[in-house]
Design a protein around this ligand. Sequence first.
Ligand SMILES: Nc1nc2c(c(=O)[nH]1)N[C@H]1C(S)=C(S)[C@@H](COP(=O)(O)O)O[C@H]1N2
Ligand SMILES: [Mo]
Length: 337
Amino acid sequence: MLIKSSNNNRISENEVTDPNVYHSRRDILKKLGFLGAGTLLSTNAQANPFGWFSKKDSVQFETTPLDFENSSIKLNEPVQKLTEQGVATSYNNFYEFGTSKSAPKEKGQELTVNPWLLEIGGLVENPITLNYEDLLKRFTLEERIYRLRCVEAWSMVIPWIGFELSNILKEAKPLGSAKYVSFQTLYRPEQMPGQNSRFLGGGIDYPYVEGLRLDEAMHPLTLLSVGMYGETLPPQNGAPVRLVLPWKYGFKSIKSLVKIELTEKEPPTTWNILAANEYGFYANVNPNVDHPRWSQARERRIMGSGLNSHKRIDTQMFNGYDEVASMYSNMDLTRYY
Ligand SMILES: Nc1nc2c(c(=O)[nH]1)N[C@H]1C(S)=C(S)[C@@H](COP(=O)(O)O)O[C@H]1N2
Ligand SMILES: [Mo]
């Protein structure tokens, strides 16, 4: 099978965000002084003691404007297009709230995100616990525009706000014996109806768990996200903190994280437990390795809700993020899918 080089793709498809854009955009935002811990535009969340999440309570980050056409920020890149915010926040996979694409937004709005605790432990010298405030303020936040490719063969382009997972892992100081990192989503059936019902929750044994090799977790592309489109994450996208792994199928990007644990052995992962022949531990985007029930060679790029806003495009190896290739150079990717 032919693999399109990402260079060709870059020129021919202006809806594809260049893999390197996040670097240049990040630099520009830094120069303009938009990035930095504690640079929040509004602090409505603090005026909201119960932490009920609603649109009016969302915190806006100073990483806006995100409107490229009307922005004074000019990029040395072809026109960038993001998936419409309204689409990225209403067409979701978050089985804790139900298996339909609309369930996460419909059923997720009661999720309490403040207070929140994220624990980092296991095989580390320095276990760390972050509270809600720490998540938003302790690390320098950056904007990263990433393509998100779901294993179901659709994709979006989303501007995340967050910080590299490696920032926390370095502080926690992994022991020499640590080889993997495991991740766990909140377990709170009172607010997550899918966790109470085999039917609603798609047969998953909750909490949802994921895992990475330590080198993958330390990779500079690996983001802990606390926001998108210049605002804090809405519940349906994994509030208040989720992983974003742009070169892997979307199910690796685990939402609403409460626990990160360094381990010696490869940790179990939710979709692999459910169907090992269909979903591997690695789950790197790969147009040459089909899902047993459908092809992964192409994808439906979702930009908006209109008729002409869905496009069929070729899927790129590692979703176009070639810089990760060296981590898998001596692996048979048909076996370690
Ligand atoms: N806890 C949890 N995390 C999850 C999921 C889920 O069901 N539960 N779905 C995954 C899948 S399949 C995808 S494609 C992405 C979707 O992220 P988005 O809704 O923000 O686009 O979240 C991933 N993270
Ligand atoms: Mo997905």
